[in-house]
Design a protein around this ligand. Structure first.
Ligand code: ADA
Length: 565
């Protein structure tokens, strides 16, 4: 379970084994017409988990019906929290729909009433069929497999009368430990509330907090505080109590700023060195078990990385908790992958992106590891018509959380029309991989000139005060393929490629960061959009999908170690 924690609330564990039935396309009914009561289950599934990451349902699209009988020992108002699912789902309680979740990977919650103690039934109808109509923000052309399932943990609590929703903690002064607590109640009430506040589980102090439409704020100094840094990722907790409810949030005291082309953590210049990471594993899809998340971070630490771009969707809260504890710097972004102009300019798509943006900030704002917010990987930002959605999303992020810089990864820096709208310029580049000459099987010579060209573009007067990071760069190397010619698709070429890139970034005055594409190989599609995805995987991982290191592992590790000295 991740923060916030509500220690006083009666909780029911919904994770574990659920009854299951898969209704396969084309006979699967339309999701909106489906009545789970009429479905008889003949199988089981794990929650969290993906039904199509295992062999039985692999590659199938349709609706997965999950059912579970739950014993409630008291009636009341209950809150169901879903850590993230895909692609979209109707959620039922005793046959009545209590929610429709069309925001893949987002943490969402639903409140519903339980009239009587006793056994009741939950049902989830989880659809993994692509549908712009029902789920506009996940498209079939994305370069990562769209799995079906309840990817992340569920939580269920009985709600007290007046209760906390959350508390957003913002560092106001990292030098003296002043923080602002923005306290949100679950109802939009106004008036004064007595709240006891305690830091780090110590003695509490009473406050009278004025609430307007369910929100009240306090500015306090954290006693005996320690800042959150990469070397010492110190964390604090704040406990808020009323007579009815208690909430514990965890946070770190630190400041992120951009200034004169640099990214600063607590006033110190950062060089971001790390990877793009998908939540992906051949046996679990995006429903990664905790031990795998921990191992991923241990591997990244071993490689001397300090930076993770959470590509390309809101991250698991448990993973972010671990990043806070290990001391990683994270870029979190909304779901997106080269979305078409038609979608980007469609109001429906824009609204769903806005919803996901709001939830991302709401769910993740207290993680000190997150140093920037992003959105819509490789959108058509070279078209003026996309400025509207960029303004909308960047504006919303700045409104909800002015304490972090905003960015998006552009795939076309030469023609981008929106660099003025971001705080950090982030470029995805594949020189020496895509677009090379027919016969050129080792085009390493293309890398440096292209990076020089991009460095020049981002150094013109209107851009030079913004930090520049390479948000993606990489080459595919098939695990075990050691080629005599050390050419494309070999581990050897990939290793030489990444050495050239690291060397460039570590010696560049302009580049403030590098997120290599990508941490591990990840499942995509066999023939998606002619993307050359051998095995149906994106093979640009420095490790393969089972976390077996390729030749590039030692190379990147040695290169990144140079920065540490
Ligand atoms: C893009 C995209 C990645 C991946 C990569 C590649 O830059 O952002 O998700 O698809 O290309 O491997 O081609």
């Amino acid at each position: 379970m991740s923060y916030p924690i509500y220690p006083k609330r009666a909780g029911i564990d919904l994770n574990g084994i659920w009854k299951f039935k898969f209704l396969e396309r084309p006979s699967a009914p339309e999701l909106k017409k489906l009545n789970p009561d009429s479905v008889v289950c003949d199988d089981v599934q794990s929650v969290p988990g993906c039904f199509d990451s295992g062999i039985k349902y692999a590659g199938k699209r349709g609706v997965g019906i999950y059912k579970r009988a739950v014993l409630f020992d008291a009636p009341g108002r209950y809150l169901l929290k879903i850590g993230g699912l895909g692609l979209y789902a109707r959620i039922f309680f005793d046959g009545k729909e209590i929610g429709f979740d069309d925001l893949p990977y987002s943490g969402v919650s639903y409140v519903f009433d339980v009239k009587k103690a006793g056994t009741h039934e939950f049902a989830f109808a989880v659809d993994n069929r692509f549908s712009y109509e029902l789920c506009p923000i996940f498209s079939s052309y994305y370069d990562f497999y769209a799995f079906g399932g309840i990817y992340r943990p569920l939580e269920l609590y009985r709600l007290p009368g007046t209760c906390f929703d959350r508390c957003h903690v913002t560092t106001l002064n990292y030098k003296d430990g002043t923080v602002r607590l923005d306290i949100f109640l679950d109802k939009k009430i106004s008036g004064t509330q007595a709240i006891d506040v305690a830091f780090d589980g110590k003695k509490s102090s009473p406050f009278k907090v004025k609430f307007t439409a369910g929100k009240g704020s306090l500015e306090l100094k954290v006693p005996a505080f320690k800042t959150w840094t990469l070397e010492a990722p110190n964390l604090h907790t704040v406990t808020l109590s009323t007579k009815d409810d208690v909430i514990i949030e965890r946070f770190g005291i630190r400041e992120v700023k951009t200034s004169k082309g640099q990214i600063l953590l607590n006033g110190k210049k950062l060089t971001l060195l790390g990877y793009n990471r998908h939540e992906s594993h051949p046996e679990f899809g995006p429903a990664l078990p905790l031990p795998i998340m921990i191992e991923d971070l241990q591997i990244l630490k071993d490689m001397n990385c300090n930076f993770i771009r959470g590509s390309h969707y809101p991250q698991s809260q448990e993973f972010l908790d671990l990043c806070d504890e290990y001391g990683f710097l994270v870029w979190e972004e909304t779901l997106g992958w080269g979305d078409t102009l038609e979608h980007l300019t469609d109001k429906k798509f824009q609204e769903k992106q806005l919803d996901q943006t709001r939830l991302m900030v709401k769910n993740s704002c207290n993680h000190p590891s997150i140093i920037m917010w992003g959105f819509l990987n490789e959108m058509h930002s070279f078209d003026m018509k996309c400025r509207k959605i960029i303004k909308l999303l960047a504006g919303e992020l700045r409104k909800l959380d002015p304490s972090r810089p905003v960015t998006f990864a552009t795939a076309n820096i030469d023609a981008d029309k929106a660099l003025d709208l971001v705080d950090v310029i982030s470029t995805n580049l594949y020189p020496g991989w895509y677009g090379c000459g027919h016969d050129d099987y080792r085009p390493l010579h293309l890398i440096k000139p292209r990076l020089d060209q991009v460095a020049a573009i981002v150094s013109v007067p209107e851009h030079r005060d913004k930090p520049w990071i390479i948000s993606e760069i990489g080459a595919a190397g098939l695990y075990g393929n050691h080629d005599r010619l050390k050419g494309h698709w070999s581990e050897d070429y990939q290793a030489d490629y990444l050495k050239t890139v690291c060397d460039y970034v570590l010696n560049s005055k302009r580049a403030m960061g590098l997120a290599i594409w990508q941490f591990t190989d990840g499942r995509s599609y066999t023939s998606s959009q002619n993307l050359n995805r051998a095995r149906g995987f994106n093979n640009k991982g420095t490790l393969d999908e089972y976390r077996r290191p390729k030749l590039a592992y030692g190379v990147v590790k040695t290169e990144f170690a140079k920065k540490k000295k």
